[in-house]
Structure formats: structure tokens, C-alpha cells
Design a protein around this ligand. Structure first.
Ligand SMILES: C[S@@+](CC[C@H](N)C(=O)[O-])C[C@H]1O[C@@H](n2cnc3c(N)ncnc32)[C@H](O)[C@@H]1O
Length: 291
């Protein structure tokens, strides 16, 4: 069925395609749905008389390569609807795969209340998904950037409101993940992180370079500085047999593998793929007692 809104969506998709947007039709439909407060599959139900000109204002923002999620104010991550905007990294589908790996491991773990640390939590995506999907878990999320932390605080509060069983089980900590959570040393069951991992000077799309916070992106000449810091913190935090999962760039699989060597106390280090079949996160098991 055609309607004014669907006609405008088709025109908008063509404009977004011209502007170099990767998924123009999807983005035009999601913007239309957000502006008119309906589901994406309900666009045909919007009467012509209800067409809202804010649609074209939002399409202009997207054509200028502002991220879709900053325009709608929301990012979906597993079963969560997170608030996002300027100052916080927009959670990505790749990270859902790593988080799913962690959730499966935690569900299988023979531990009454597994303790988890999410290093560099941003919007809170990983920590909150684990808290929501593994109700027995106690999740500590660390974030250094105050702007990002403000978004995380809102998302933590919304999660506790919608899933009251998470109250008192989700802890947000300010600070550098290199030196926080000392009180948990040697007791954590799983450390997970999607740290910054882009080599300084690498080329990124405008949505990333102009809108994701720099502290969420860049990490030294080879992009591995933060991953090395996560490895050091994981050694300190994990109990023997505890697990680590760290996201990295598609080209970094081989290099990141060697950040978790057996001689340091790691075992069963593996490269794991994302949904597109690219190396995306490394996992390993810590074998030593805390020193
Ligand atoms: C790539 S973003 C990931 C955010 C979130 N975990 C996600 O997957 O959507 C990395 C986050 O780590 C934070 N961060 C970077 N270095 C940090 C450090 N040394 N200590 C604490 N947080 C850090 C950044 O501010 C940013 O929010």
C-alpha cells in the first residue's frame, strides 16, 4: 500500500544513498518510524495528514553522516534499548556476539553468583546485557570518561527499573581500568572488554571519526595499547580458571592472540569470529593464583 510517508521514505533513501550512507533504505525507514512514533513495519498506517516535516530535518542530519542512533537517541543491543548520543560510543552488533559468548559461559559456570568486570563500559551495553540475561551475575562496569558515564548511569537506572532483579547487582565505577577494582583482585570469574583499538591515524567513516568519542577509538600506533592494559588488569582480577574476552579489529586477530601467551599464565587462547566471519574477539583462561 502506498502512502505519502512511504513515498517520502523512498525519496529520502535515494538522498541517503547519494550521501554515501551504507544502509539508506533501512535508515530512512527507521528515521520515519522514530519521528512518527510507530514500528518500522507500521509506516503504511501513518495517515497522510499526520506526515511530520521533522522527518526531512532528521534525514538531512543523516545525509551529513550523523549516526542514525544519535538522531533517534536509541541503540538496540541484544534485548536492551539503550539511550545514546553525543559523548558516548554507539554499541555495535559485533559486540553482541562477544557478549553472547560471555553469557553462555556464565550460564554454564558452576558458580553461585559469578562476578564479572566490564572494562570501558561506554553506554553500559555489555554490562547491562549480562546483568539482564544472567540474573545470578554481579557485574562491575568501569568507565573513565565522565560524559560516557552519564549515559551509562541513565541506562543502568532504566535497566534496574525494567528488570528489578538487577538492583544491587550492577555496579558502575569511575576510573581507569588499569588501576580500579583492587578489592576484587583474584576473585573475578569473567573479564570482558570492548576497548579502543584503532591505530592512530587510520581512516574511519565520518559517523565514527566525527561522532564516537576519541577515547573510545584510538589506542596507539598499532591500536593495541588498551588491549595490553586490559590483559594486565585481567591477570590481576581473575581467579584461576577465570575467563577473559576482548574485542579487537578484524585485522588484529593474530597480534592480539600473542597478547595472551601461555608463559604469562594464559591457556586455551582462541580467536573468535563475528557474524561476518572476521576475527573479532580473543578469549582465554587464566591459570594462576593471585600474587
Ligand atoms: C569502544 S568503547 C566501548 C563501549 C562499550 N563497552 C560498547 O561496547 O559499546 C570503549 C570505552 O572504553 C572507555 N575507556 C577507554 N580507555 C579507558 C580506560 N583506560 N579506563 C576506563 N575506560 C576507558 C572509553 O571511554 C569508551 O567508553
Amino acid at each position: 500500500m502506498m502512502s505519502l510517508l512511504l513515498d517520502e521514505v523512498a525519496l529520502a533513501a535515494a538522498r541517503l544513498a547519494e550521501a554515501g550512507v551504507e544502509s539508506p533504505r533501512t535508515d530512512a525507514e527507521l528515521i520515519a518510524a522514530s519521528v512518527h512514533n510507530v514500528g518500522r513495519g507500521e509506516l503504511h498506517t501513518v495517515p497522510d495528514s499526520a506526515f511530520d516535516a521533522r522527518f526531512w530535518a532528521d534525514i538531512a542530519r543523516r545525509a551529513a553522516r550523523e549516526p542514525l542512533q544519535h538522531i533517534t537517541g536509541h541503540a538496540h543491543f541484544r534485548y536492551l534499548d539503550l539511550e545514546v548520543g553525543p559523548g558516548v560510543f554507539v554499541p555495535r552488533p559485533e559486540t553482541e556476539v562477544m557478549t553472547g559468548w560471555a553469557i553462555a559461559k556464565l550460564r554454564d559456570m558452576d558458580v553461585a553468583e559469578p562476578v564479572v568486570a566490564d572494562l570501558g563500559t561506554g553506554s553500559g551495553a555489555i554490562a547491562l546485557a549480562i546483568g539482564q540475561e544472567v540474573p545470578r551475575a554481579r557485574v562491575h562496569a568501569v568507565e573513565a570518561d565522565p560524559l560516557a558515564r552519564a549515559w551509562a548511569e541513565r541506562n543502568f537506572a532504566a535497566c534496574v527499573e525494567s528488570a528489578p532483579y538487577t538492583a544491587g547487582r550492577l555496579m558502575l565505577h569511575p576510573g581507569d581500568f588499569g588501576d580500579v577494582l583492587g578489592e576484587l583482585d583474584g576473585t573475578v570469574d569473567l573479564v570482558i572488554s570492548n576497548p579502543p583499538y584503532i591505530p592512530v591515524g587510520a581512516s574511519v567513516p565520518p559517523e565514527v571519526g566525527e561522532y564516537d568519542p576519541p577515547a573510545a577509538l584510538w589506542s596507539g600506533a598499532d591500536g593495541l595499547n588498551a588491549i595490553r592494559a586490559v590483559e594486565r588488569t585481567a591477570r590481576r582480577l581473575l581467579r584461576p580458571g577465570g575467563l577473559v574476552a576482548v574485542e579487537h579489529g578484524a585485522q588484529q586477530g593474530a597480534a592480539v592472540y600473542w597478547v595472551f601467551p601461555e608463559e604469562s599464565g594464559w591457556q586455551d587462547t582462541r580467536n573468535n569470529k563475528d557474524l561476518a566471519g572476521r576475527d573479532r574477539f580473543v578469549t582465554s583462561v587464566w591459570t594462576r593464583e593471585a600474587r
